[in-house]
Design a protein around this ligand. Structure first.
Ligand SMILES: [Ca+2]
Length: 349
């Protein structure tokens, strides 16, 4: 009897271990919502070349380029990767409540450093991007991680149209925001600045988002050393990424950086290998009205606000108000670990 028990227990332990391994080896379903964009292209190809991820769709949002150019770019990138099986859908054509701000200044005239990829063999999916997001989240409940790496317009439209997706999404890993100053101006990061109302909807939707901000992206640089490494390998994807990196590093050097900020790829890498970043739970609000701060992500480091109560002609601090965190905010990255991952996945492709 005792021997039987030992056997039974060891069998259960073995099965549990096997199950755990199976879970660990199952690729994570992700949807990349993108405004391609040099670093978007890098992020998409990192994802498509990583066995840890199963990219279920690319949805396109206006940002770095307009929606039409963005869809064209996304289709060409999918085609380059030989992935015409992947749904690539257009979405919103403008921000919720302001005019579109595009960024050819950083990304070149076509958003892809002026590099002309071959015409796409892939066709656009006819579904509206936010609807496709809703459909996939319901199809795979608790399994889909959204990776928005552009303005949050499409995600805001999806969550506004169908709030029931909120508890069904596994994670929302956003490239956007900053807790130490912006990259558009003193306060705002470009993706949040591009549609602050949408960002406010997404941060307040009731889920925990993971926020990979520009401040950390700017400490996660692809440098000439990495470029040389990429240039030594050849393949259609590697050659394309090397050209983008060369343009992007040159542009960044003109602005005083020693390399180019790997904003969007770092968000994708966070899903592949969470050890590339350090996160801290915080409550984050999005400023939509400030004179100098519209589009700023205002993070509370302490988890509380002072409760100031009116006493006669003045206020007094009457204890504190605890705040519920709504974001896992990225404080730091392991840049070399990330760049090794990025370059090894791109090389030879
Ligand atoms: Ca982007």
């Amino acid at each position: 009897m005792k021997r039987f028990m030992v056997l039974a227990v060891s069998l259960i332990v073995t099965l549990l271990f096997a199950c755990n391994n199976a879970v660990a080896n199952t690729p994570q379903r992700v949807i990349i919502d993108t405004d391609p964009g040099i670093d978007d292209a890098m992020a998409i190809l990192l994802a498509l070349n990583s066995p840890e991820l199963k990219v279920e769709a690319l949805t396109v949002v206006p940002g770095n380029v307009d929606g039409r150019q963005g869809l064209d770019n996304a289709l060409k990138i999918a085609s380059l990767a030989g992935r015409c099986d992947l749904p690539v859908a257009g979405g919103a054509q403008h921000p919720l409540n302001q005019k579109l701000v595009t960024a050819q200044y950083w990304h070149g005239k076509n958003g892809l450093a002026g590099v002309e990829l071959p015409a796409s063999r892939c066709k656009a999916d006819s579904r509206f991007g936010p609807d496709l997001i809703i459909e996939l989240v319901h199809k795979y409940p608790h399994q889909v991680t959204l990776i928005p790496v552009g303005p949050l317009t499409n995600i805001a439209l999806a969550v506004s149209k169908d709030p029931s997706i909120v508890p069904l999404v596994k994670d929302v890993v956003i490239m956007g925001g900053s807790i130490t100053g912006g990259n558009v101006n003193g306060a705002a990061e470009a993706n949040i600045y591009g549609d602050p109302e949408a960002a406010s909807i997404v941060f307040n939707a009731g889920w925990m988002v993971t926020m990979i901000g520009s401040d950390v992206g700017e400490r996660t640089l692809i440098t000439r050393k990495h470029l040389t490494d990429l240039q030594q390998a050849h393949g259609p994807q590697t050659d394309f990424i090397a050209k983008l990196a060369d343009f992007y590093i040159t542009r960044s050097e003109k602005s005083g950086y020693v390399g180019a900020a790997m904003y969007d790829p770092l968000a994708v890498a966070t899903v592949i290998d969470p050890a590339v970043v350090t996160l801290k739970d915080m409550h984050v609000d999005v400023e939509t009205r400030g004179e100098f701060t519209r589009g700023e992500t205002v993070a509370n480091r302490m988890g509380s606000d002072e409760n100031n109560v009116l006493h006669g002609d003045h206020f007094e601090i009457d204890g504190i108000i605890e705040l519920k965190p709504n974001a896992r905010v990225c404080l730091a990255s392991n840049a070399e670990r990330f760049l090794q991952l990025f370059i090894s996945r791109i090389k030879g492709k």
